[in-house]
Design a protein around this ligand. Structure first.
Ligand SMILES: *[C@@H]1O[C@H](CO)[C@@H](O)[C@H](O)[C@H]1NC(C)=O
Length: 423
């Protein structure tokens, strides 16, 4: 018992990361190319993110890629041969990761001293996040129900919050579903999800958005990957499952390629070692199935689904598999623009303006995404929301969390208002 108490005091508060040494000497390059060229890189390289290129190279994409010392020459040669313009933007990734860790450690200690159950200027471990959800449900039983939605591959409890002033029993209300941390390394997505819960439950429980809308919010879809990205490998993206052929060498599946929508039709996603491995079958991952069951639980009245990702300042909508537009594309675009606008208004001056568009047109083709699957099963408004990374990519310093959660809430609130007024 005593040991447990000591561990609660010491272990929970710590945020000791591991594995940075494997990135000693790894460099980051920004490389631009045609959409197809960039998409191909994703199959073989660690592409940290892709975004539309700056105006001078309009029509092209820009990818941020990590090059290990031993593969660098070969890839730079490849870029040159293929007319892909590149610039080096960081010399030693391990150093960047060590700085990030030191920054988080400092904010973590400050947050602990503040005595608040949650702060918007640091990052939390999965068990702390689960505890926070349980605490909210205990304090606000009239509004919050925590659903134990299932176990991750490694046995962690995936929880989500159902927020409703009518216990999900009033079937006349619209539902909004939001998920975060499908991709492990995209840490800032979870605070955004938690902040939405906080706004609805703690800050404005009497607001229309709380009283007249039912919400399903999944703050950590992929807890195994998240914990692994803290303890072992900051750049981990996929789940930690080992149920597929080739898993010894390359464990894990990309949750956002594992949904049953044109699953299995993209050769690049069939390789277990690629960053975008789709898994041995659609919905092979426990984590993906949690999202599926959460979405299916109130499908008839769900109007809006947003999957939070990092980074790139984009609202992306269907169809990612072929670039054609769903029948309600005009609406998707308009609501996306309105949300983007509300965020841009509150963003820092140095932030990139949001881009709203069809996923395949803005970036490139994708299969098995939650955005396309949720649209296909009948939710009218579904988006992948790529949050801002500033110059930090997805290693957003803890000191930026508050800015990102508040500006993003402004956008989500506009989307929710639209749902309410058009219901
Ligand atoms: C593109 O994919 C969507 C979703 O599966 C489908 O409904 C649509 O018919 C396809 N469009 C074309 C032009 O193939």
């Amino acid at each position: 018992m005593t040991r447990l108490v000591i561990c609660v005091l010491l272990c929970v508060a710590s945020f000791v990361q591991g594995g940075h040494e494997k990135y000693e000497g790894h460099q980051l390059y920004r490389v631009s190319g045609l959409n197809e060229q960039i998409r191909k890189l994703e199959a073989t390289l660690d592409v940290l993110a892709a975004t539309p290129a700056a105006r001078s190279e309009s029509g092209k994409l820009e990818a941020l890629v990590r090059l290990a010392p031993e593969e660098k020459e070969q890839w730079l040669h490849y870029f040159e041969k293929n007319n892909m313009v590149y610039t080096k933007i960081a010399d030693n990734l391990a150093e960047i990761l060590r700085k990030e860790e030191a920054g988080i450690k400092a904010t973590k200690e400050a947050a602990k001293r503040s005595g608040k159950s949650i702060s918007w200027d640091t990052y939390y471990r999965h068990d702390e996040i689960n505890d926070y959800l349980d605490e909210l449900a205990e304090e606000h039983p009239d509004l919050v129900t925590v659903i134990n939605a299932g176990l991750s591959f490694e046995g962690r409890q995936i929880k989500y919050a159902r927020i409703s002033s009518t216990r999900f029993e009033n079937l006349m209300k619209p539902v909004i579903v939001i998920d975060a941390m499908a991709h492990a390394r995209e840490w800032v997505t979870t605070p955004v999800a938690l902040y939405i819960i906080h706004q609805l439950v703690v800050v404005a429980p009497e607001s229309q958005l709380t009283q007249l809308v039912d919400w399903i919010i999944i703050p950590v879809v992929n807890p195994d990957g998240y914990e692994y990205s803290i303890d072992e490998d900051r750049l981990w993206r996929k789940t930690r499952s080992t149920a597929h052929e080739g898993a010894d060498e390359c464990p894990g599946v990309d949750v956002n390629r594992n949904f049953d929508h044109h699953w299995g039709t993209a050769p690049d996603s069939a390789n277990p070692c690629s960053l975008i491995y789709e898994g041995p079958s659609a919905f092979s991952e426990a984590e993906t199935r949690v999202v599926r069951s959460a979405v299916e639980s109130s499908l008839q009245r769900t109007s809006l689904y947003i999957s939070l990702h990092s980074y790139g300042n984009m609202f992306l909508y269907a169809w990612g598999n072929n670039g054609s537009l769903p029948s309600n594309a005009l609406n998707l675009h308009m609501v996306g623009i309105n949300m983007a606008h509300a965020i841009d208004e509150k963003a820092l001056d140095k932030a990139d303006r949001y881009i709203v568009g069809n996923a395949a047109n803005v970036l490139y083709y994708t299969t098995g995404t939650s955005r396309d699957w949720t649209r296909a099963v009948g939710i009218p408004l579904t988006y992948t929301l790529e949050l801002p990374g500033y110059e930090y990519l997805f290693q957003v310093p803890a000191t930026y969390v508050e800015q990102i959660v508040t500006e993003t809430w402004a956008g989500i609130a506009v989307g929710a208002q639209y749902v309410l007024s058009s219901w």
